[in-house]
Design a protein around this ligand. Structure first.
Ligand SMILES: [Zn+2]
Length: 336
């Protein structure tokens, strides 16, 4: 197989050429999260000839993922996302190195996950992990590309430590648990993560090629075609890039999970205690399962699992002893 032929259409581009292709071949990238954003961006980067790609994701493929997570098919249901994606990607490009990790990303392993990487790509749907990526990337001066998509809109921004504003310059602190919509509560059209992840992948190439990158927060709604470029200012008092106070990396702000022995249940205490409106949460959840509100607890049942959610966000999930599964369920249905 002729390697040059593989990339010939890319090398023809005046923005890349042979020198650029060689640089990409020597580059290291990690894609954190392998859902709708992660599968598309990993697919593009593998085909572009990035020399080394690491993929990390904790989740298992479900039927409802197939609508938008374009490396997976019906035979993959029940398998881990990261390893399944890696196997598909190896068939697409056997000239590069692909590593996968089936694990949760947390304050204990994030520095290992991004170690020796030239750029970090956000394929998550989780605010807590984004704050963690931001802390670790600013601390180690590694560029990262933020991306998010929900319903029909999405956003992306490049964070180049010490040059551009960081994620906490945009969003100062972790939103309250239960305050944000999630793809599992309000849905997502498959084309919007497709577009956002294509922008993320392109920006990653530009970062690797040391080209001028976009410095704005980009927002796009594919239904209305509203597009905004929002100028973000670096905040001098930013806890992360201003004061180097890495609260998420240092676990001052973290989720706490406790196994409730023998009961097949996990208790989750969110990183930031909210005051949850049971009425608003019930409105989101009643389309997805049985909801019952008691004075102090909101009970939500889906096949196999029962959630007991308290007003401060503390939640007991019955039906699993696996902390990774409990974290995923919490992020999906309560939302961080
Ligand atoms: Zn900042």
């Amino acid at each position: 197989m002729l390697v040059n032929d593989r990339y010939s259409r890319q090398i023809l581009l005046k923005n890349i050429q042979s020198d650029g292709q060689e640089k990409l071949g020597k580059s290291h990238t990690v894609v954190i999260g392998c859902g709708a954003l992660g599968t598309t961006v990993a697919n593009n980067l593998v085909r572009s000839g990035i020399g080394y790609i690491r993929i990390i994701d904790r989740d298992i493929i479900e039927l409802n993922n197939l609508q938008r997570q374009n490396l997976f098919d019906e035979d993959d249901i029940g398998l881990p996302k990261a390893s399944t994606a890696a196997k598909k990607l190896e068939k697409i490009n056997s000239n590069i190195k692909i590593e996968y990790i089936v694990d949760d990303v947390n304050h204990e392993n994030i520095e290992h996950v991004i170690k020796n990487m030239d750029v970090v790509i956000d394929g998550t749907d989780n605010m807590l992990i984004r704050f963690l990526i931001n802390d670790a990337c600013v601390k180690h001066s590694i560029p990262w590309v933020y991306g998010g998509a929900i319903e029909t809109y999405g956003m992306t921004m490049n964070i180049i430590p010490h040059k551009t504003p960081c994620f906490r310059c945009v969003i100062q602190d972790l939103p309250d648990a239960g305050s944000l919509p999630t793809c599992d509560t309000v849905g997502v059209l498959n084309s919007i993560p497709g577009i956002i992840s294509c922008i993320e992948g392109t920006e990653a190439l530009k970062i690797l090629l040391k080209e001028d990158i976009n410095r704005d927060l980009l927002m796009y709604d594919i239904w209305s075609h509203d597009f905004h470029k929002i100028k973000i200012k670096k905040r001098k008092d930013c806890e992360c890039c201003g004061k180097h106070n890495f609260e998420f990396l240092n676990a001052k702000k973290k989720e706490t999970l406790i196994s409730l022995c023998g009961s097949g249940a996990i208790q989750i205490i969110p990183a930031k205690s909210p005051k949850i409106s049971f009425e608003e949460l019930a409105e989101k959840l009643q389309k997805l399962g049985d909801v019952y509100i008691h004075e102090v607890v909101l009970r939500f049942r889906i096949p196999g699992y029962e959630f007991n959610i308290f007003r401060n966000g503390r939640t007991i999930i019955t039906g699993t002893n696996d902390k990774k599964i409990a974290k995923s369920l919490y992020a999906k249905y309560v939302g961080i």
